[in-house]
Design a protein around this ligand. Structure first.
Ligand SMILES: Nc1ncnc2c1ncn2[C@@H]1O[C@H](COP(=O)(O)OP(=O)(O)OP(=O)(O)O)[C@@H](O)[C@H]1O
Ligand SMILES: [Mg+2]
Length: 317
């Protein structure tokens, strides 16, 4: 059986927003609404869906950047060799968790302090977590720059983020993330601002690191070709919920949920090896699943570990 690095059950993130200019009533935005998934060690799960469906909110809740409003997140604890609920973590344990879960953002420029040199930017997480002495830390910085292909390191260490290209900056943020040797990295559209040639080299870099260091990714993208390249499985998100989740080729070749069909049909895929199909979007298959299984069980296993959500989406899509 595969060992999971993270297990997410019924995760919720609701926001309270003002109900309008003249209204005192608060409205609830269900940005993430009862989603569940798990990711085994060394594997990647793609999270795809249209703008505003809740991808970044999911990422931020997992990394504890914003507190979740419901559900459970369990993370593999190396010492107890068991899954640990992050709600139970305190002090040192919580610090260790933060070290093991890292995030790479879409815009490398925003995530790097413009007034710091590359050396200080990459050193910072080691300083915060008090890892090694100064010499160890400096050696680790040189080593990680080599790993992400920024060589010779002496060329980059004294420079500032604005003196680098977009691709080089994204490598710096990957270096800063990986220097902590995380087990799990949440990537929020990490290559969408880069041009195609650099995009492939960054994706290859991340795939190699996954193999060499057994890093797992939750990889957020709206580009199905990127998800296909990077991920073992794909989860399709719509309106705060996961509507379909399956192994990558299975999902792309045999989509069942009407929203997934629409997504695959509407997004151009610049990948000649992938013969994209255009699907008729109808509700027949989903209606049949709901008729057979009811809506009590939110996700139904269609075989091959291919899961479909059974909540009613008519009128929403
Ligand atoms: N701080 C907040 N307060 C209220 N609503 C929020 C907040 N942050 C996000 N939302 C809402 O939650 C929903 C999900 O937003 P999120 O940023 O997760 O979308 P996304 O899938 O990452 O979209 P994109 O592809 O555009 O990045 C949106 O409707 C958004 O307006
Ligand atoms: Mg987002």
């Amino acid at each position: 059986m595969k060992k999971n690095v993270i297990e997410v059950t019924n995760l919720e993130k609701y926001y309270e927003v003002s109900g309008g200019f003249f209204s005192r009533k608060k409205d609830i935005v269900k940005a993430v609404d009862d989603i569940s998934f798990e990711i085994p060690f060394g594997e990647s799960l793609g999270l795809v869906g249209q703008s505003g469906c809740g991808k970044t909110t999911t990422a931020r809740a997992l990394c504890l950047l914003d507190p979740k409003t419901g559900g459970d997140v369990k993370f593999y604890n190396n010492e107890t060799q068991d899954m640990e609920n992050i709600d139970n973590l305190e002090d040192e344990e919580l610090k260790k968790f933060r070290r093991n879960i890292q995030m790479i953002f879409q815009d490398p420029y925003e995530s790097l302090n413009p007034r710091w040199t590359i050396k200080d930017i990459i050193l910072e997480p080691l300083n915060i977590h008090n890892i090694g002495d100064l010499q160890d830390r400096e050696e680790a910085v040189v080593e990680i720059l080599k790993t992400v292909g920024l060589t010779p390191a002496s060329n980059y260490l004294p420079r500032y983020p604005h003196e680098l290209s977009g691709g080089q900056r994204q490598r710096v943020s990957i270096a800063r993330t990986l220097i902590m040797k995380p087990k799990f990295v949440v990537c929020d559209e990490p290559t969408s601002m880069l041009d195609v040639s650099i995009r492939i080299s960054i994706m290859d870099l991340m795939l190699n690191l996954a193999k060499d260091l057994e890093v797992s990714y939750l990889y957020i993208t709206h580009d199905l070709a990127v998800a296909r390249y990077m991920c073992n499985r794909i989860a399709v998100m719509f309106n705060g919920k996961i509507v379909e989740i399956a192994e990558t080729e299975e999902l792309l070749n045999n989509p069942i949920h009407p929203y997934t069909k629409r997504l695959i049909s509407s997004i151009p895929v610049p990948d000649p090896s992938y013969d994209r199909k255009v699907y008729d979007v109808n509700y027949d298959e989903l209606d049949a699943i709901i008729a057979k299984h009811g809506t009590d069980n939110p996700m139904v296993d269609m075989g091959n570990e291919h899961y479909i959500a059974t909540h009613d989406v008519k009128g929403l899509i």
